[in-house]
Write a new protein. Sequence first.
Length: 494
Amino acid sequence: MSDQITRRQFAKLAGAAALGVGATSGAAASPLAAPVVRETVGRQPIEPRAFPAGFLWGTATASYQVEGAVAEDGRGPSVWDTFSHTPGKVMNNATGDVADDHYHRYKTDVQLMKSLGVKAYRFSIAWPRVFPQGSGAPNPKGLDFYNRLVDELLANGIEPFATLYHWDLPQVLQDRVGGWESRETAQAFGDYAGYVAERLTDRVHHIFTINEFGAFMELGYRIGIHAPGVKLPPGRFNQARHNGVLGHGLAVQAIRAKGKPGTKVGLAENLVVGVPVIETPAHIAAAEQATRQVNAQYLTVIMEGKYTDAYLAATGADAPHFTPEDLRVIASPLDFVGTNIYQPMFVRADSGPSGFAVVPNPASYPHMASPWLFIGPEVLYWGPHHVAKLWNVPEIYVTENGCSSSDIPAADGQVYDSDRVMFLRNYLTQLQRAVADGVPVQGYFLWSLMDNFEWADGYTNRFGLHYVDYATQQRTPKLSAAFYREVIAANRVL
Ligand code: FCB
């Protein structure tokens, strides 16, 4: 529906609480301000446009967006089932009932990956398949699907990267305790994470706890245009945000307790990335501080174990309630940080107390088929760069990047998505620049393997490398799939 507008607003809204606040700028407060990027890496210099040997090229999907089979093998309903079946919530009243039928066609889909040459696949596990009641009795048949998928990936030489929460909250938790409004959900999420870790980490070595606080919280619990469609007032909303990051921390601890030694844990966050409007030292410093401040409620508290002064000042009486122990759990050490990066937020230095100002996009600013997806390739340079420098993160993945295009098959049946190729070439050029500068990005997961259920946009916006004919479930590689295959084979931008 108005997903695009709202997502566009989101970049502003998410940070709004912390922006323009007359409190202490983070620069002085951060103990992590020392430049670390070049020094931490120690890679050999690499050729222009080339990526280092072993760079992990991948692709990504998420359970509700591709699986279908919503009533099979004991799966319980999720908030997205309920939301999409509520008339008027999703474009054309589309649902994920069938989606890409990936639940039944996963073997075919693994072959699509193989023909691209990807080394890794990021998928998500549907919590209500594993715990139909959210907690309590597990449903082993639900986890079996992921056992089959993981085995199939490994048999084809593709490394599985699993996300535990890509927005399909068991409906029962929303009904019983208000979902993320309650600490019970955080606790249940930790238990579910431990259960999965115990059973998959013999084969899955990278686990993401949560995908994009910055989307499902803001859109689902504040603005109400994603499931569960709730519009909480500020105090309750900030508490829900807090319960979300607490759930992440509990999951990290449960995975460490139950997973095989050597399991790596992180998250996949769509941090709002401040991009310096001009690459001068002053604007760069402002963009870095903006990134720290506008992500205060999610990535910053996770990485620093404290809410910024500016966030607490901005939220005032509506600030979340928490204990020091909560903060300790939230900041449980991570092995890597995954970044979902699409559009920039341009920033300039400013003489006000925060030291930065957001530069709004003019009406003529170009975007892809989704109106929220403003094109700014430099964001793929600055996102990982800020994460490495602000928090001294030694292992970073781009866990999502890609774009929607108004893909229409040509007379010969092919999809010539030259705009997606343009988008990818330019973004990857900036990613290569980051890697060449020593930013420790280890891999890139292109969103998405194939067209799928794009949340409130239903099936109207296509993000896939493969065109999906939803009537026949036929998958057709687009021009961008050929492009990506060549990039992977050459390990350089082409
Ligand atoms: C991200 C979501 C992903 C997909 C892309 C286009 O925010 O994580 O599921 O919808 O956007």
